[in-house]
Write a protein that binds this ligand. Structure first.
Ligand code: ISE
Length: 338
């Protein structure tokens, strides 16, 4: 495998896939877009046009047969991930899979088992916040014990709005899944239980979603975390974290832009989407993934992390429905992920 010019195929040429084609073509060192795969060939071609020399295919099977990729970014909808991942693992091709790994714990476990059978870690899951500068600084502070022991985490996750098709379950699977990964990342522990409460709700959403929701998470050692998830907040895209320690409080995620004072107000701009809020995190994630394929030392969230968050999401959806504190059921962790 070439270490200087990794041939990467992007599978799925929707918004996220097209974004990755541009990122690889313009802002990633040591990689080239060798192919774009999409069942919709027009869409595949439109994305491939952003990267010179990229071929197009309509299936992962054809891509593998043509030997047109040394590594893959998988950006199709989550329900299509399992089949593609199993084919790619079987072919020994490293994959950066956009979250979720798969939509449920059973299918995610099948991916973990395939990797274990292959005897090597080939899958990274796209939880890009682990590559955000603020997240990494907070993780370093926690691990160094700078302000003593971590006692509690508070997360606020607000979206400007979501499409009319967004459901209550997607609040957990699509949105809070990030905090499930973040709590596991910050604490280094598995999540034991989760609860979801709703109270007053906005009139600016749809009938399908109770909005906002308050999710409480507890890890194996007892650490508590709260998440305010508000998907129709209509104020922009905000992801804030406050970590409460024995000797202080650390906040990350506030706008880093300029503060403007004008017309009796003071303030700074809020991002409108995750594409801008986390642009640097995405760039860093893909660059580090490309480097890791060359060195063989995996970075970021593993297939196990993807499985673990899928298990927590399962408990989260049950908790939404029952209103109870719900225990997370999980398989034993294979040695490959030690
Ligand atoms: C979306 O899929 C994302 O991944 C965003 O980061 C998250 O904020 C949003 O709620 C999800 O729908």
């Amino acid at each position: 495998m070439s270490t200087q010019n990794l041939h990467v195929a992007v599978v799925g040429a929707g918004l996220m896939g097209a974004d990755h084609v541009q990122r690889l073509a313009r802002r990633t060192a040591g990689a080239t877009v060798s192919a774009v795969v999409d069942i919709d060939q027009e869409r595949a071609q439109a994305a491939a046009d952003m990267a010179s020399g990229a071929r197009t295919f309509s299936s992962v099977e054809d891509l593998i047969k043509a030997g047109a990729a040394e590594a893959v970014i998988l950006a199709t909808p989550g329900f299509l991930h399992e089949e593609a991942l199993l084919q790619l693992i079987d072919a020994g091709i490293p994959v950066m899979c956009e979250k979720p790994l798969t939509p449920g714990p059973e299918s995610s476990l099948r991916v973990v088992e395939a990797e274990v059978a292959a005897g090597q870690r080939l899958v990274q899951v796209g939880f890009m916040r682990r590559f955000d500068a603020g997240y990494r600084q907070l993780k370093n502070i926690i691990d160094a014990g700078t302000y003593g022991e971590l006692l509690m985490l508070h997360h606020q996750h607000r979206n400007a709005s979501v499409p009319d098709t967004f459901t209550n379950e997607m609040v957990i699977h699509d949105s809070v899944v990030h905090e499930f990964d973040a709590v596991r990342f910050f604490s280094g522990e598995e999540i034991s239980n989760v609860a979801v409460r709703t109270g007053r709700h906005t009139s600016k959403g749809t009938e399908l979603v109770r909005d906002p929701q308050l999710v409480t998470i507890q890890t194996s050692s007892g650490l508590l975390a709260t998440v305010e998830i508000f998907v129709n907040a209509h104020l922009g895209y905000q992801v804030l974290t406050q970590a409460v320690f024995e000797e202080g409080v650390v906040k990350i995620g506030e706008s880093t832009g300029p503060t403007v004072i004008t017309e009796s107000r003071t303030g700074s701009a809020i991002d409108q989407t995750y594409h801008t809020r986390f642009v640097e995190a995405y760039d860093e994630e893909i660059q580090q993934w490309v480097n890791s394929v060359a060195t063989g030392a995996p970075v970021g969230s593993s297939a196990w992390d993807g499985y673990a968050t899928a298990a927590v999401c399962g408990a989260g959806v049950s908790a939404q429905q029952s209103g109870e504190i719900t225990t997370v059921e999980m398989a034993d962790k294979p040695g490959l992920y030690a």
